[in-house]
Write a protein that binds this ligand. Structure first.
Ligand code: ADP
Ligand code: MG
Length: 380
C-alpha cells in the first residue's frame, strides 16, 4: 500500500500554492483541507566566509490553519532557521515557503517587513530579546502597537486586555525585574499578540523555565490557540511536548524526520477488563511516532537502526505483505555476512546474524526493521 502511495505522489515541479495543495495534502495524509503553511523542499544555506552551512536541506512541512504544532530536534538541526524563515526574518535559499497564501520567496523587502510586523508574533527563549527591560509590562505590550503607528485609548485598552488574557491583569505596572521568568514570558506572549498576528512562533519559550512554570506556559498557548484559532508553532526540548500540542514534528539535519501524532484509541474489553464501564470511558490517548516520507519518497532511518543492521551506503528494499523491508545490501548481495563488520557495530542484534540463512531466519521472524508495515519488529 505504501508503494502505491509513493507511486502516485504528484510531480515535484509546481508553480503555485494551488498546485502545491494536492501534493502537500498527500504529504500530510489529508484530503481537501487548505493548508495555512506549506514548506516545500525548503533550503537555507548560510555562508560564513568561504564555508557553506546547509541549515535546511529540502524540508517539507504542511500546517493546517489553527494548528498547534510542536517542533523538536537536536541542537543545530535547523529549528530556529525554520522559525526565522517562516517569520520573515530570513530568506530561504531555495524551495518554497507559503504562509496564508503569501509566497515568502517572492515578497519584496518592503512586503517582507510588513509581513513580519503584521502577520507574525514571535516569542523567544530569552526574555531580553522579547522585552525592553526598563519599561513595565503595560508599556512593553503597547510598544509594538505604537511602532505600528497606532495611538490613543484603543491602544491602552488592547494592552490591558492582552495582559488580562495572559493572566497578568494585576501585574501591569510591574517592571520586568519585578516579574518572575514565567511572568516575563507571559508579557512576551502578550507583546507577540499585540498586532493581532495570524501566526505565533515560539522558539524554545520554556527553555529557561522550570517544568511547573513551563506547564502553565503550554496551557496559555493552548488557551490562545483554542480561543483565537491562532496557528502556533512551538520549538522545545521538552520530552513531554507531545502532550501539550496537536502534533510534534522532529527535524534532523535540516529535514523533517519523524512526526508524533496523538490518536485516541478505544480500549476494548479484551485489552482493558472493565467493571461495567462502557467502552467510551476507556478511551486512552496514544502517541505514535511516524517516520516522514517526503514527496520524493525519501525518509530518514535512525542511525542506531542502520548500525544495528550494518546498513551503510546502500540498502535493499523488499516488498512484503505488510510493508517494505530495508535490508543491508552488502550482506544480501554478497550472499554472506561479513562477521567482522557486523561485530564491529557492537550490537547484540548484529551478532545474531550468521550468514544469509541467519538473516533469512530473522527476516521470517520479522525482527528486521519494517518500514511502512504494521511493525513486525519485535516479532509478535
Ligand atoms: P537549532 O535552532 O535547531 O539549534 P539552527 O537553525 O540555529 O539550529 O542552526 C542550524 C544550522 O545552521 C547550524 O549548523 C547553525 O550553526 C547554522 N546557522 C544558524 N544560523 C546561522 C547564521 N546566521 N549564520 C551561519 N550559520 C548559521
Ligand atoms: Mg535554535
Amino acid at each position: 500500500m505504501m508503494a502505491e502511495r509513493l507511486g502516485t505522489s504528484p510531480d515535484t515541479a509546481t508553480s503555485s500554492a494551488a498546485e502545491l495543495v494536492p501534493k502537500v495534502a498527500y504529504a500530510a495524509g489529508e484530503g481537501g483541507a487548505k493548508p495555512f503553511i506549506v514548506c516545500d523542499n525548503l533550503v537555507k544555506i548560510y555562508k560564513v566566509a568561504d564555508l557553506e552551512v546547509v541549515a535546511l536541506q529540502g524540508l517539507d512541512l504542511v500546517i493546517q490553519p489553527g494548528e498547534l504544532l510542536g517542533i523538536v530536534g537536536a541542537s543545530g538541526s535547523g529549528k530556529s532557521t525554520l522559525m526565522n524563515v517562516l517569520g520573515g526574518l530570513d530568506r530561504p535559499s531555495a524551495g518554497r515557503a507559503w504562509v496564508d497564501g503569501k509566497d515568502l520567496l517572492k515578497l519584496s523587502n518592503r512586503e517582507l517587513n510588513e509581513y513580519r510586523r503584521s502577520d507574525v508574533g514571535f516569542v523567544w527563549q530569552h526574555g531580553a530579546r522579547n522585552l525592553i527591560p526598563y519599561l513595565n509590562a503595560f508599556e512593553n505590550v503597547k510598544l509594538p502597537m505604537t511602532l505600528a503607528g497606532k495611538a490613543g485609548r484603543m491602544v491602552n485598552q488592547r494592552a490591558k486586555e492582552l495582559l488580562e488574557t495572559v493572566g497578568l491583569g494585576e501585574r501591569m505596572r510591574h517592571k520586568l525585574s519585578e516579574l518572575s521568568g514565567g511572568e516575563q514570558q507571559r508579557v512576551a506572549i502578550a507583546v507577540a499578540l499585540a498586532n493581532d498576528p495570524k501566526i505565533l512562533l515560539a522558539d524554545e519559550p520554556t527553555g529557561e523555565l522550570d517544568s511547573v512554570t513551563a506547564l502553565t506556559i503550554y496551557e496559555l498557548f493552548n488557551d490562545l490557540n483554542r480561543e483565537f484559532g491562532l496557528t502556533t508553532l512551538i520549538v522545545s526540548h521538552d520530552p513531554t511536548l507531545a502532550r501539550h500540542v496537536h502534533r510534534v514534528v522532529a527535524i534532523r539535519d535540516g529535514r523533517m524526520a519523524t512526526e508524533t501524532v496523538r490518536s485516541r484509541v478505544n480500549g476494548t474489553p479484551s485489552v482493558t477488563p472493565g467493571f461495567g464501564a462502557d467502552a467510551d470511558q476507556m478511551t486512552e490517548e496514544m502517541f505514535e511516532e511516524l517516520t516522514v516520507v517526503d514527496a520524493a519518497g525519501r525518509l530518514q532511518i535512525p542511525k542506531d537502526y542502520l548500525l544495528q543492521f550494518g546498513i551503510k551506503g546502500r540498502a535493499r528494499l523488499e516488498m512484503t505483505e505488510d510493508g517494505i523491508l530495508v535490508l543491508p545490501a552488502d550482506n544480501v548481495d554478497l550472499g554472506h555476512v561479513q562477521d567482522a563488520e557486523l561485530l564491529a557495530t557492537g550490537f547484540e542484534e548484529a551478532k545474531k546474524a550468521r550468514g544469509l540463512s541467519g538473516l533469512l531466519q530473522r527476516l521470517k521472524r520479522g525482527d528486521l526493521p519494517v518500514i511502512g508495515g504494521r511493525g513486525r519488529k519485535g516479532g509478535e
